[in-house]
Design a protein around this ligand. Structure first.
Ligand SMILES: *Cc1c(COP(=O)(O)O)cnc(C)c1O
Length: 501
C-alpha cells in the first residue's frame, strides 16, 4: 500500500438523488395522529395553509429509504476535499488544520444556545469573549482598538475605508483616491470602489516590493490612503514599510494594511509598530476556523486610537460603574454605524478565542516560525524544477510559475490537474496576476515534514513528466471522479438545476 493517503480504491459513484429510490419508498414511518390524515385541519378546524400553497402533484419528489438518504449524503461528503482529509496548499487562503478544541468551545451549550435579543445580563460570558478577543487582537497587531463585527475580510476592508473616509470628511478633506499596488488582492480595489474612491495602481519593483520612488510620485493630497498587504501577495515582506508610511502620512493620507494572512507575522512584528493606521484580519484564516465554500467568516477591523471613535457600532465595553458588567454601546456619535444585523459571526469569535488562548504567546510565535520554514522548505526543493519569479526567501507562502514547463506546452492549469491525480489539492493558480502562470503555495504550519515531502515529490514528478511525457500532465486528471472540465461552458452556461424526466 502507498504510504501516503492519496486517492485510490473505494470511491463510490453517486447518481443524483432524484435517480434513486422507488415510488412509495419512505425514509421512516410515523404513527398516524389521532386526527387521522387531515391532521392539520383536525387540529385547527381548518387548514392553516392557503389552498394555493398546498401541493397537489408530487411528481419528481425523492422517495428513498433512510439508508439510501444517509449513504447518498455520506458519499457526497466523501467527495469533498478539506483540511481534515489532506494537505491543502491554497495560497493566500491559509487552509491550516483547525484544532477540534475550538469546535468544542463554540458548541458549548451556553454559547451555542443564546439569542442576540437576550438581555445583556444573561449573556455576560459572550460579551466578555467579544471584549477580550478584541483586546487580544490589538495586542497581536499593536493596534489601538478593534471591532470584530465585519463578517469577512472584504467587509473588514470596507469598514476600514469607511472609517478613513468619515474621518477625512469630518476634517473637511474627503479626498478621492486610494493607491493600490498591482499585487493587491482583488477585494482591495473592490472595497475602494464601494467606498466611492478611485483606484490608482502602483507597479511593484523588480524585487516584488513597493517601489518607494514611484509611490512618492503617485502620492498626493487627493489620496485618502494606500492599501497594502504585508507580507504582500508575492509572499515577500515589504521591507520599506516605515518609509512607505512616512511618504503617505506626510501628505495627510492613511495606510491600510490587508492583514488577511497574518501567519508569517504572529509574534514577530506588529502593524501598529510599522505605522499602519487601520487594518483587517481574517479570523477564518489565521485564527483557524473552517472556511472555503463561502463562509461564514469574520474580518475584524483594527485602528489606531485616533480612529477608534469611528469603529462600527455597537461596541462592547466594560461598565466600571456597575461592577464591571459588559454591555453594548449603540450611540457612539462618530461611528460608521452597524455593518451587520447583529454583532457578527459569534461562533468564529469563540474559535479564534479558543485558538489564541490554547496556543498562548509562545505558541503563536511558533506558528509563524513553522509557517515560514515550511514555505521556504518547499521553495528550496522545487526551485530549479519550477521557475521562481522573485528569487529571495519567502514568508508563509511561495510563488513559482510554469515558465519552464511552457517549453513543453504544459501550463499551470495542467500542473494543478496533475496534482489532483497525485492526491493533492492544487495551490492557488494564476494569482497574483503580476506573475504569468503563477502558482501560490501556502503549506501552513500544521503539516508534517512527511506530508510536505510527499507534496514536493508530486511537484517534482510533474516537472519531470512535463518533459518526458507531457501528455500525461495535459490530460490530467485521469483517475479523479471527473476528468478535465469545460470550465468556460461551466462558467457561462452553468447547469445547476436537475431536469425531471
Ligand atoms: C482572503 C483575502 C481577503 C478577503 O477575505 P474574505 O474573508 O474572503 O472576504 C482579502 N485580502 C487577502 C490578502 C486575502 O487573502
Amino acid at each position: 500500500m502507498s504510504k501516503h493517503p492519496g486517492a485510490s480504491g473505494l470511491v463510490f459513484n453517486e447518481p443524483v438523488i432524484f435517480e434513486q429510490g422507488k415510488k412509495g419508498r419512505k425514509g421512516c414511518d410515523v404513527p398516524k395522529t389521532p386526527f387521522g390524515e387531515k391532521d392539520i385541519e383536525g387540529v385547527f378546524g381548518k387548514s392553516v395553509f392557503a389552498k394555493s400553497m398546498l401541493r397537489e402533484d408530487f411528481t419528481g419528489l425523492v422517495e428513498v429509504s433512510e439508508v439510501e438518504a444517509v449513504r447518498h449524503f455520506t458519499h457526497l461528503s466523501q467527495w469533498n476535499y478539506g483540511v481534515d482529509s489532506n494537505f491543502y496548499p491554497l495560497g493566500s487562503c491559509t487552509m491550516k488544520y483547525n484544532p477540534k478544541v475550538n469546535e468544542a468551545a463554540c458548541r458549548l451549550e451556553g454559547f451555542a444556545g443564546i439569542h442576540p435579543l437576550q438581555d445583556e445580563s444573561s449573556v455576560q460570558g459572550a460579551l466578555q469573549v467579544i471584549y477580550e478577543l478584541e483586546r487580544l487582537l490589538c495586542e497581536i497587531t499593536g493596534m489601538g482598538a478593534a471591532s470584530v463585527q465585519p463578517a469577512a475580510g472584504a467587509q473588514g476592508e470596507f469598514a476600514g475605508l469607511l472609517i478613513i473616509r468619515k474621518h477625512l470628511t469630518e476634517k473637511g478633506d474627503p479626498r478621492k483616491k486610494i493607491i493600490l499596488p498591482d499585487s493587491a488582492h482583488g477585494t482591495n480595489p473592490a472595497s475602494a470602489t464601494l467606498c466611492d474612491y478611485e483606484s490608482v495602481g502602483l507597479h511593484s519593483g523588480p524585487d516584488g516590493l513597493i517601489d518607494t520612488a514611484e509611490l512618492e510620485n503617485v502620492m498626493d493630497e487627493q489620496t485618502a490612503a494606500i492599501m497594502l498587504t504585508n507580507p504582500n501577495t508575492l509572499g515577500l515582506f515589504e521591507k520599506n514599510i516605515k518609509e512607505i508610511c512616512e511618504i503617505v502620512h506626510k501628505k495627510g493620507g492613511f495606510v491600510y494594511a490587508d492583514g488577511a494572512n497574518l501567519n508569517a507575522l504572529l509574534g514577530k512584528t506588529k502593524f501598529g509598530d510599522m505605522g499602519i493606521d487601520t487594518c483587517h484580519l481574517n479570523l477564518h484564516k489565521t485564527f483557524s476556523t473552517p472556511h472555503g465554500g463561502g463562509g461564514p467568516g469574520s474580518g475584524p477591523v483594527l485602528v489606531t486610537n485616533e480612529l477608534e471613535p469611528y469603529l462600527p457600532s455597537p461596541r462592547v465595553y466594560k461598565n466600571e460603574k456597575s461592577g464591571n458588567a459588559y454591555a453594548f454601546k449603540h450611540d457612539d456619535p462618530k461611528s460608521i454605524g452597524a455593518l451587520n444585523a447583529w454583532y457578527g459571526n459569534f461562533g468564529i469569535y469563540l474559535r479564534a478565542y479558543a485558538y489564541i488562548l490554547s496556543l498562548g504567546a509562545k505558541g503563536l510565535n511558533d506558528v509563524s516560525d513553522a509557517a515560514v520554514l515550511n514555505a521556504n522548505y518547499i521553495l528550496s526543493k522545487i526551485k530549479g524544477h519550477y521557475h521562481v519569479p522573485y528569487n529571495s526567501s519567502c514568508m508563509h507562502e511561495c510563488i513559482v510559475s510554469d515558465k519552464l514547463q511552457n517549453e513543453h506546452h504544459v501550463t499551470t492549469l495542467d500542473i494543478a490537474k496533475g496534482l489532483i491525480d497525485r492526491g493533492f489539492h492544487p495551490p492557488t493558480i494564476y494569482f497574483p496576476l503580476i506573475v504569468k502562470g503563477a502558482m501560490m503555495i501556502e503549506p501552513t504550519e500544521t503539516e508534517s515534514k512527511e506530508t510536505i515531502d510527499a507534496f514536493i515529490n508530486a511537484m517534482l514528478d510533474i516537472a519531470q513528466k512535463a518533459e518526458s511525457d507531457p501528455e500525461s500532465i495535459t490530460n490530467a486528471p485521469t483517475i479523479a471522479k471527473v476528468k478535465r472540465l469545460d470550465e468556460t461552458t461551466a462558467a457561462r452556461k452553468p447547469n445547476i438545476r436537475y431536469k425531471f424526466k
